[in-house]
Design a protein around this ligand. Structure first.
Ligand code: SF4
Length: 408
């Protein structure tokens, strides 16, 4: 597993795999360019070709290659070996003088067979939660944070505090904004930001109604900003970037949890996200929405348990339950815009994370969980592998099909 700084990145929405990763690939390729060129050709394959427009992928590579004329080709016919593949070609006259290919792995991470500069190193020796708990026992470590600090650079504490503050800034900014969310002309996608209105409604309510609506307002605030292309933290992705910040902001603002304690919960959330990334996927185009929203909800539920000092068994319980009941969730963004179903899904996943925290707190002492976290991640992987490509961020199936004006 890689550093938590690799999981939690700060970049423009609406999609870490379709926006941040192509931008980074373009920057990496640009560094290799040494002579004047006529143009750079970028070829998108798979999900990048099918939903790149709604995900601002073209803009992302143009930004990364600023100063060069860029031609983008969306190859929707070639079946790539990875659903998020792209090739960059430097062109002089008719000749391709340099070519590199990249794969977007989710959360803004890249891999490449011919550009090793984009590959980040594994720093953790454990690859499952079972192994992590065994290591912690052997070293007498009580908390997941203690485990992480054995392998992370000491600067990680400050890095995560910076990430937390960026998450909170996104929540607060999103709560203050109004206006339309950019999209194409599909009438179903003509929506305006609603986080501010939800918040104003929430503060008039009491009890659980207030709690659920506040969490929704916070999650919508970030998810709407991501859909508008604003800067957000990948948690673990841009599409699911509202869930964890909503829970952490709620814990700080409404439950009065101190900032440093909330920061420490990012170690737990990040470890859960890292394990999913390592053993399955956090990309909707690889594993469906279970990989994004399911993982985000699982991370948020685990974070809340660690904030309240629940045991490691209960942290695992909450993370497992949160993921288990999102298994099979398809990724079907309408017209490739991260608006429907994505924004609402962030709100629901935040509420679900709170419910899973309650399950861990009150049901786990009564009823032993028979499914462990590593099992549910393995189940998520085989479910994602067998999902049809229509349900993996291609905008061809599910709601994307039903809400396409051609089919209405
Ligand atoms: S449906 Fe889920 S996985 Fe797909 S783009 Fe939306 S949030 Fe991401």
């Amino acid at each position: 597993m890689k550093s938590l700084s690799n999981l939690f990145r700060y970049g423009p929405g609406p999609s870490s795999s379709h926006t941040i990763a192509p931008y980074q690939a373009a920057c990496a390729f640009r560094k290799l360019l040494t002579c004047p060129l006529d143009k750079v050709r970028v070829i998108f394959f798979g999900s990048l070709a099918l939903t790149g427009e709604g995900h601002h992928s073209v803009f992302a590579v143009q930004e990364g290659l600023k100063g060069y004329p860029v031609e983008v080709i969306k190859d929707r016919l070639t079946k790539p070996t990875h659903p998020l593949s792209m090739t960059f070609e430097a062109i002089q006259g008719e000749k391709v003088v340099l070519s590199r290919s990249y794969r977007s792995l989710g959360g803004g991470e890249l891999s490449s067979d011919d550009d090793p500069s984009v590959i980040e190193k594994d720093i953790y020796p454990c690859a499952s939660l079972k192994e992590i708990f065994a290591y912690m026992k052997s070293e007498n470590l009580l908390q997941i944070k203690d485990f992480c600090l054995k392998f992370e650079d000491p600067s990680i504490d400050d890095y995560l505090m910076g990430i937390l503050k960026k998450m909170f800034r996104s929540v607060e900014k999103g709560l203050s904004l109004e206006g339309p969310i950019p999209a194409n002309s599909n009438p179903r996608l003509q929506v305006t930001r609603s986080a501010k209105g939800i918040y104003e409604q929430a503060v008039k309510l009491k009890g659980n109604k207030r709690r659920f609506m506040l969490l929704s307002a916070y999650a919508y605030a970030v998810a709407e900003s991501s859909a508008c292309g604003d800067l957000v933290v990948t948690s673990p992705t841009c599409g699911s970037s509202g869930v964890l910040p909503a829970i952490l902001y709620y814990a700080h603002k409404n439950m009065k949890m101190p900032l440093t304690k909330v920061r420490d919960a990012l170690y737990t959330a990040g470890t859960i996200g890292n394990l999913v990334k390592q053993n399955a996927s956090i990309a909707g185009s690889v594993g469906g929405c279970q990989a994004e929203i399911g993982t985000a909800s699982s991370m948020a539920a685990a974070a809340l348990c660690s904030l309240f000092g629940l045991s490691n068994y209960q942290i695992e319980y909450a993370a497992e339950v949160a993921m288990e009941h999102f298994l099979g969730l398809s990724c079907d963004p309408v017209d490739g815009y991260v608006i429907i179903p994505c924004i609402e899904r962030n709100g629901i996943a935040a509420i679900r994370a709170l419910a899973c925290f309650y399950y861990a707190r009150y049901i786990s002492p009564i009823r032993q969980n028979k499914v462990n976290f590593d099992d549910v991640v393995a189940a998520m992987k085989i479910t994602g592998d067998s999902l049809a490509m229509e349900y993996k961020e291609t905008a061809l199936g599910g709601l994307a099909y039903i809400l396409d004006p051609k089919h209405c």
